[in-house]
Design a protein around this ligand. Structure first.
Ligand code: SAH
Length: 266
């Protein structure tokens, strides 16, 4: 009897699916993500997931937003982890939908660790990270045989930005992709130049990559803060630093006057 009861309990535990929703365009979901979403009973999502993607779940599905809203802060990560575990233990599968890829600045690692510790099965479905989505949409090669053989993804909004060692991440033959760097663009530019990066290294800022309202602005590292303010760049946006960003218009790298040139892609 006790064995049976034990198995009955085991059977009731749902699975937590940490699903990458990509940069916004529903066409950029994986088939696996689309199938899980179409069969979803419960969707726990953050703010970066587009409405069109959420609309792929059945109308009967329950949606829980853990997004940052003006009036309240994001649900603390521990509370999100607890929510996922609690719902799975009620016996239903939980689709935890995240912008981009769950394991790139997505806290998917933390959610998976807590779920595993609680004995809840976890499945991770990769998504197209903003860097990949932005690179394709803006036609910027993250690596290029003639320009870059190293690409780094960094978080521009980490606590203690100035304490982080970014030396070697940008410069000749390298591409640096900065997530969450809109607000800290001035400190980022300053930090990189203090580390010895040339002020005329080309940069691109890609706002709303892979969405209809995408904008791409290009300039030089020294002018990055002005580029962000002049064009009123808002999150979500990526900053890409390196020669690969100027391959379409090599004159940009040499002409400071072109630094403020905008290329709006629609
Ligand atoms: N897990 C996500 C990243 C989450 S961190 C991923 O893999 O893409 C949030 C940051 O991602 C944003 O501040 C922004 O820098 C970047 N980002 C997400 N979606 C984006 C988009 N559509 N266009 C540009 N940047 C985006």
């Amino acid at each position: 009897m006790r064995r049976a009861a034990h198995f009955a309990f085991m059977e009731k535990t749902g699975t937590i699916y940490l699903v990458g929703a990509g940069p916004g365009d529903p066409d950029l979901l994986t088939l696996r993500a689309a199938r899980l979403l179409e069969a979803a009973e419960l969707v726990v999502h953050d703010g970066l997931v587009s409405r069109e993607i959420l609309a792929m779940a059945p109308a009967t599905a329950e949606f829980i937003s853990v997004a940052k809203q003006r009036a309240r802060h994001t649900l603390p990560q521990d509370d999100i982890n607890a929510l996922l575990i609690r719902e799975a233990k009620k016996g239903r599968d939980v689709i935890r939908l995240k912008g981009g890829d769950p394991l790139v600045f997505g806290r998917g690692g933390e959610e998976a660790e807590d779920a595993r510790a609680a004995g809840v099965p976890v499945v991770i479905v990769p998504g197209i990270s903003a860097a990949n989505g932005a690179a394709a949409a803006a036609q910027i090669a993250l690596t290029h045989r003639d320009a870059s053989s190293i690409v780094s993804f960094v978080a521009g909004q980490c606590k203690g930005l100035s304490d982080q060692d970014w030396s070697g991440l940008a410069g000749k033959g390298r591409t640096l992709v900065i997530y969450m760097g809109v607000k800290t663009a001035p400190q980022i530019a300053e930090k990189l130049m203090a580390d010895g990066l040339a002020p005329d290294v080309p940069v691109a800022v890609i706002e709303n990559a892979a969405r209809p309202e995408m904008r791409v602005v290009r300039g030089l590292l020294a002018g990055l803060p002005q580029l962000v303010t002049a064009h009123k760049i808002k999150s979500p946006a990526l900053i890409v630093i390196g020669d690969v960003t100027a391959r379409d218009d090599r004159s940009i790298a040499n002409t400071a006057a072109k630094a403020q040139e905008t290329q709006a892609v629609t």
